[in-house]
Ligand binder design. Sequence first.
Ligand code: URA
Length: 274
Amino acid sequence: MEPDRASLLAALALQLDWGAEEALEEAPPDRSVRRAPAAPEPPQRAMPAAGPGTRPVAVRTPAAAPGPAAASRAAEAAAAAGTLDALRDAIAAFDGSALRETATNLVFSDGDPASGLLLIGEAPGAEEDRLGRPFVGQSGQLLDRMLASIGLSREAGGFAITNILPWRPPGNRTPTDAEIALFLPFVLRHIALVRPRHVVLLGATAARALLRTKEGITRLRGRWHRIKVEGLGEAPALATLHPAYLLRTPAAKRDAWADLLMLRRTLDGAPPES
Ligand code: URA
């Protein structure tokens, strides 16, 4: 019997509850059908030299696995980008990470790069991936409201915003150390091209990556650090809590508010408090 619409929708809702929110295959597999175990793969044989009677075989090139080669290609591509547009193109063309294969859109940056203030988060979520803009989902909306309370608006060009990873990790999982290291040259180049007077590091991933430490965000937050950026020198960077954490832990908003007031004081001319 064909399942009716209501039971199909209920099955879909159940999958969403379980966190299966990504369609990674072209066609939906019917997992309710039991299949016989697959026959073992025949051993791989060397491809015969092309000749009469051999058919050309379409070979799909796999995405290059992250490794030393991918890391040096990332560093080279980042260093060669002379403008933000070139940097965006270089990231879009960079095939050293499997994240590019599962994401929908590149999420590069938003806001005004000439504002003097650059905010750096972790990685795009589902909404950012869908729209190709950073911090437009629930945590981005909270962030915009928090920043508005100290007089900073994205629309009015008060800041620019980007992420450590430009592609959404499947299912919003935490970025791996290898992914963070791979994309770091692009982030550093982004900072060098924007030349911000102040940087805000949103959450542990951005703070640890750019401050090159394993220390927790609760110890790093609430003070100004200095980040070293080739082609720029040093930039003052304030570490604070990630808005997604604030959504889960409303009591932490008190600390985030103290950090925002610290940011406001520095933007108004006070020396960065460390
Ligand atoms: N969280 C992030 O760190 N970045 C985004 O763009 C959205 C959510």
